[in-house]
Design a protein around this ligand. Structure first.
Ligand code: NDP
Length: 483
């Protein structure tokens, strides 16, 4: 039995409902995506147990909604302190269950700590505003203001690729705003979520405020989305599942953080040596399983050859292997099925006019960092989300042409542009149809307090603590008649 099982205190994992560890009649083995070894036995909830978790969250609404802001902040500060102490253990859990190389797992834990820290701070500044009632003839003699009230029970459904920080982006602001939560983590990465739930318990969160239900998306996720006591569904994951959720959610508020095929523009006169490391990180960190992973690069013809040569050279140097090895940069994709899918996409590219400049094959079952040039717009590696260490690089003759190609996508999460030309930067920030334009960096740039979310099939709503709190609260108006 592997070490991680001891670290999470049991070989058998439980659901967390109303502050109690709840057993299920069915368990499923969880395997390491890298080694294939069994790392835990995970409780498989059914619709009845999911309903039980919703009951608990529904009944605990008053407890957290009435808790003063400073106490909610204190609990979140406690989480920060405990997670700092347990950061090495947390990183290992992420790495084992998702095959995220340990250097990136450690970075995820650092960001998770920041996300909860921002949440603690945000809990203290949730407020409404005075409305100038006498600006209308009918408002003379009245005063009025808005309040922000907790929305109620939040259903949070999370993906595998940032199993700790993307849980934090939902749980942190939900608690800051005084809501209760039913959390359904991705089936491949339940351990990070259960680990965090234990930390919240230790931090003093009352029973029933955070409930974690593990099990299949089609059962647990759907039971959450269909229950009318859930006021909001916050989902991060693939566009197809997200759109299905939106269609079933009826009047529930929904925030959808979905996928992308993020692009970068490199203008002429850019010093390629200065940007190459960022491009490598953007395309290949977490083996490309990042919603803003760099998947398409449009390079000005003046620097195109130099960029392709240096990008290739650097990609070939990346260490491939065991995610727990501190030197590993690229490890296994989340499943064999995903690896097969991407290899088929690469085959499709090979059969076209495109050229595979690096990678394109497996090394001990791990897909090598893959760079493809001259990829046509209708190839899957161009127009769909690769979610793998695969990037296309195409030549353009102007920033205008590049922007047209970036916008030629169903998705619109973030886009980046490297340019020394202020006019081109301004033009790009205006014309790129995305949720965030990153000037002089890759589209993969994110810190956790910034507003984050997409347009088109990349989703709706924004995360980033302050913005998530807005989504997770209802505005109430109070008007006083003074006469
Ligand atoms: P999935 O959409 O496959 O799964 C996401 C979550 O939804 C999982 O918990 C899954 O459960 C659950 N789920 C599956 N089916 C249903 C259903 N019918 N009803 C309700 N819930 C369901 O995504 P992945 O985990 O594969 O994550 C990868 C995707 O996430 C990529 O597209 C990526 O771009 C996107 N993403 C977006 C981010 C953003 O902020 N915009 C950030 C990170 C990732 P189960 O695991 O049991 O199937």
């Amino acid at each position: 039995m592997s070490k991680i099982v001891n670290q999470v205190k049991s070989t058998k994992q439980f659901l967390m409902i109303n502050g109690e560890r709840v057993e299920t009649s069915k368990y499923a083995p969880l395997y390491s995506p890298y080694s294939g070894e069994e790392i835990a036995q995970v409780a498989m909830a059914d619709k009845g147990l999911t309903k039980q978790a919703i009951d608990a969250a529904y009944n605990a609404r008053g407890v957290i909604a009435k808790m003063p802001a400073y106490k909610r902040a204190e609990i979140l500060e406690n989480v920060v302190a405990i997670l700092k102490e347990k950061s090495a253990e947390a990183a290992e859990i992420i790495s084992r269950e998702s095959a995220k190389p340990i250097m990136f797992a450690k970075a995820e834990v650092e960001r998770t700590i920041e996300t909860y820290k921002f949440s603690a701070e945000e809990a203290k500044r949730i407020h409404g505003e005075m409305i100038p009632f006498d600006a209308a003839a009918g408002g003379v003699g009245r005063i009025g203001y808005t309040l922000r009230e907790p929305i109620g029970v939040i259903g949070a459904i999370t993906p595998f690729n940032f199993p700790m920080n993307l849980v934090a982006h939902k749980v942190g602001p939900a608690i800051a705003a005084g809501n209760t939560i039913v959390l359904k983590p991705a089936s491949q990465t339940p351990l990070s979520a259960l680990f965090i739930a234990e930390i919240f318990e230790e931090a003093g969160l009352p029973a029933g405020v955070l409930n974690v239900v593990t099990g299949p998306g089609g059962t647990v996720g759907e039971a959450i989305v269909e229950d009318n006591r859930i006021s909001m569904v916050t989902f991060t994951g693939s566009p197809s599942v997200g759109i299905g959720i939106r269609n079933k959610a009826e009047l529930k508020k929904t925030t959808l953080e979905l996928g992308s095929n993020s692009a970068l523009i490199i203008d002429k006169e850019i010093d390629i040596d200065q940007i190459i490391d960022r491009c490598i990180m953007g395309a290949f960190s977490n083996q490309g399983q990042v919603c803003i992973s760099l998947q398409r690069v449009y390079v000005h013809e003046d620097v195109y050859e130099e960029f392709v040569t240096k990008f290739k050279e650097n990609a070939k140097k990346l260490k491939i292997g065991d995610p727990l090895d501190p030197g590993t940069y690229v490890s296994a994709l989340i499943s064999k099925g995903e690896t097969e899918r991407v290899l088929n996409w690469i085959e499709e590219a090979k059969d076209s006019k495109a050229t595979i400049q690096a990678g394109g094959k497996l090394q001990d079952g791990i897909l090598e960092p893959t760079i493809i040039t001259d990829a046509g717009r209708s190839l899957k590696v161009s127009c769909q989300e690769a979610f793998a260490p695969v990037v296309i690089v195409n030549k353009v003759s102007s920033v205008k042409e590049a922007i047209k190609q970036v916008n030629d996508s169903r998705f619109g999460l973030q886009a980046g542009i490297y340019t020394n030309n202020v006019k081109n930067a301004l033009y790009a920030s205006r014309e790129l149809h995305v949720g965030g334009v990153i000037i002089n960096d890759v589209p993969t740039y994110r810190v956790d307090q910034m507003p984050y979310g997409g347009v088109k099939e990349s989703g709706t709503g924004r995360e980033g603590i302050k913005y998530a709190v807005e989504e997770m609260t209802e505005m109430k108006l109070v008007v006083w008649n003074q006469s």
